[in-house]
Unconditional design. Structure first.
Length: 357
């Protein structure tokens, strides 16, 4: 397992991270708490040192599970969590978004409760969870700096939602000096806004790193969702329209060369190649796949050590992406909303519009 630094914070993360949203909820399959603790332990045993959770995942359950799993191994772990959703005073309705709260008093209470659940006196990375850009005021940034100064936080980040605010928020994370990381959905098929942030970091010389989540595009690039798959109503991937998967399966066929030993030099799975594509960007510090079981942990954690993409492979993917992987029909996913009503998306020249809901 290789490691990279978050910005210039001095905090190192494993190239493959454990996204602990899978534990504490049943959105990616049912498992007991003991099985969930075992998954985290499997990841640590596989060399994964970066563990990323959030207080809203299972309304604290994920943090408690992670806390149990790392209790005797805290010094092995680069621990991250997120705050900013007020689940204490609001019920969860399905997979819907909860109200956000960035009041200073609320954030202080939420952070202290997170530390208690995690069983630690500090986190290595604290992220604002889908915070709207206008709500991250100078007062909020002052509070984050205070925590960094007193040692309870080593690095700061901003985690972005897929359709609940992302472009202006990510740009702010790149611009504001407090933030060492911006986390976003980023994969071969969904390259925006990840590419935009990579370009912004390069152009501005920012020290912010990118943490890439959903690297397998909700089951397409690891082929866990195939034409024969039936997604249950509780499966978090079922929010995708049918057109998304139908066009996605066509796209996968155009990139089969990534798993061809003649190109890779030795065996490399599609799931591993998708992670290697992300790691080809120096600005990406860690990739957090959605592990569902120990087999996923073993297979995808190994992506840090399989052959990197060659220049020819990367260039070929660039050409395919420019042609939409030779798929000439709508995938049903062109509607995304941002906290400033879509104006920032339009200004950036991205082919997206503000959602009507």
């Amino acid at each position: 397992m290789q490691h990279r630094e978050l910005g210039n914070s001095g905090v190192e993360v494993s190239e493959i991270g454990f996204g602990a949203w899978v534990v504490g909820t049943d959105w990616w399959g049912d498992r007991s708490d003991e099985q969930a603790v075992g998954m985290v332990a499997d990841a640590l045993d596989a060399g994964v040192t970066y563990v990323d959770t959030g207080d809203v995942y299972g309304h604290g359950d994920s943090e408690e599970i992670v806390g149990r799993a790392i209790a005797d191994r805290r010094d092995e772990v680069t621990l991250a969590t997120k705050i900013g959703y007020d689940f204490y005073n609001n019920p969860q309705a399905g997979h819907g978004e909860l109200p956000k709260e960035l009041d200073r008093e609320y954030l202080q209470t939420a952070f202290e409760r997170s530390l208690d659940r995690l069983g630690t006196d500090h986190v290595d990375l604290l992220q604002l969870h889908n915070a709207n850009v206008d709500d991250v005021t100078p007062e909020v940034r002052d509070l984050l700096r205070e925590w960094k100064d007193d040692g309870r936080v080593r690095a700061l980040g901003w985690a972005l939602g897929p359709s609940i605010g992302w472009l202006a928020e990510g740009d702010a994370a790149v611009e504001y000096e407090e933030f060492d990381a911006v986390q976003t959905v980023f994969n071969l098929f969904e390259q925006q806004p990840g590419r935009h942030f990579v370009d912004a970091i390069r152009e501005t010389g920012s020290d912010t790193s990118v943490i890439a989540r959903v690297p397998h595009s909700s089951g397409l690039l690891n082929e866990q969702v195939t034409p024969d798959t039936v997604l249950g109503d509780g499966d978090h991937r079922s929010h995708r329209p049918e057109e998304w998967y139908e066009t996605g399966w066509e796209k996968v066929e155009t990139i089969r060369f990534l798993e061809d030993p003649d190109h890779a030099g030795r065996d490399r799975t599609m799931a591993q190649a998708a992670i290697r594509w992300l790691l080809a960007h120096d600005e990406v510090a860690s990739v957090t796949p959605t592990f569902r079981d120990g087999d996923d942990v073993a297979a995808w954690s190994a992506a840090s050590d399989v052959p990197a993409l060659s220049a020819d492979e990367y260039d070929r993917l660039e050409e395919l992406y420019a042609r939409n992987f030779d798929v000439d029909r709508d995938d049903g996913m062109d509607v995304l909303r941002t906290s400033v009503g879509g104006e920032d998306i339009e200004a950036a020249g991205l082919d997206k519009r503000a959602a009507s809901y």
